[in-house]
Design a protein around this ligand. Structure first.
Ligand SMILES: NC(=O)c1ccc[n+]([C@@H]2O[C@H](COP(=O)([O-])OP(=O)(O)OC[C@H]3O[C@@H](n4cnc5c(N)ncnc54)[C@H](OP(=O)(O)O)[C@@H]3O)[C@@H](O)[C@H]2O)c1
Length: 254
């Protein structure tokens, strides 16, 4: 399904989320936002996690703590009981299909080898989401030289994901922040940790930015999906940097 084939229901969802995110941009800057129990800027989002391992578990937990409803998924959802029980009523476990159906927003946090299969089975459903957060990385030593080479030939991780998930509103984010740092560095006093993000869809970027602020980091736009090739471990942007440092590094990449 292409963007032009959205149903009226899809469009209404899209507009609701877009309106909520626009309002949040202003509100998130105020100290009041941090004090609010529910996510600032309107209704909590429903977020489906594809991949609930180390990084997906930590990121989804952060979304729950920020007031969102999260469905964590696994091919063995019964194994997520401990995780969701510990997070309370805003967290639940399901299959990958269920998490995709559940989410206004979907985060994909899987070994990159799984991305092709996810695209084949779910690209149409993912294209109807306002945001697909792509946290997954192609890593040659884990995913194989052949896959890493294919990704490079597509122009890097962002454009490769776009090819595997046609029509999806993809934003790459959190790709090189270690899962242990997500809770350690959230809402750090003083200068926040920046999260470099890359994407081509303005609405998706706004939603991703709001989510990043809500969980205690500062989004830093580094460019379109083509810049996603720098949002992987092992580049100068990987690891923890302040927003100013990220901007400086990005300038040196051009
Ligand atoms: N670890 C980090 O600190 C970190 C930081 C930034 C980015 N990342 C990236 O995030 C991704 C996940 O890393 P991780 O360390 O969280 O890995 P992990 O702990 O091994 O978790 C992998 C998750 O992916 C799911 N999965 C695997 N194949 C799948 C498939 N075909 N369909 C649906 N789900 C599938 C697994 O679910 P099942 O329960 O079904 O097996 C599991 O929940 C990688 O691309 C990694 O590079 C990791």
């Amino acid at each position: 399904m292409t963007k032009d084939q959205f149903t009226d229901h899809d469009r209404r969802d899209f507009l609701r989320i877009a309106a909520s995110s626009t309002a949040f941009v202003a509100l998130a800057a105020s100290p009041l936002a941090a004090a609010l129990a529910q996510p600032a800027g309107g209704a909590p989002l429903k977020i489906g996690m594809i991949g609930s391992g180390r990084e997906g578990g930590a990121l989804g937990s952060a979304f729950v703590k920020a007031g969102h409803q999260v469905m964590f998924s696994s091919r063995h959802p019964e194994q997520l009981k401990g995780l969701v029980d510990g997070l309370g009523p805003r967290a639940q476990a399901g299959t990958v299909d269920q998490a995709i159906a559940f989410g206004d927003v979907v985060a994909i946090v899987v070994p990159y080898t799984a991305m092709e299969e996810i695209g084949k089975e779910h690209a149409a459903a993912l294209a109807r989401k306002a945001l697909v957060l792509d946290v997954s990385n192609p890593i040659a030593r884990r995913d194989g030289e052949e896959l890493a080479k294919w990704v490079e030939q597509q122009g890097g991780a962002g454009l490769a994901t776009a090819k595997l998930l046609p029509g999806a509103h993809i934003v790459r984010a959190f790709n090189a922040i270690n899962y242990t740092k997500l809770s350690e560095d959230a809402h750090r006093p003083g200068d926040p940790i920046g999260v470099p993000i890359a994407g081509d869809d303005q609405n998706a970027m706004a939603i991703a930015s709001n989510l990043i602020r809500q969980i205690g980091f500062e989004p830093v736009l580094v460019g379109g999906l083509a810049m996603g090739k720098y949002l992987v471990p092992g580049t100068p942007l990987s690891g923890e940097h302040s927003p100013a440092e990220i901007r400086q590094i990005v300038a040196s990449l051009h």
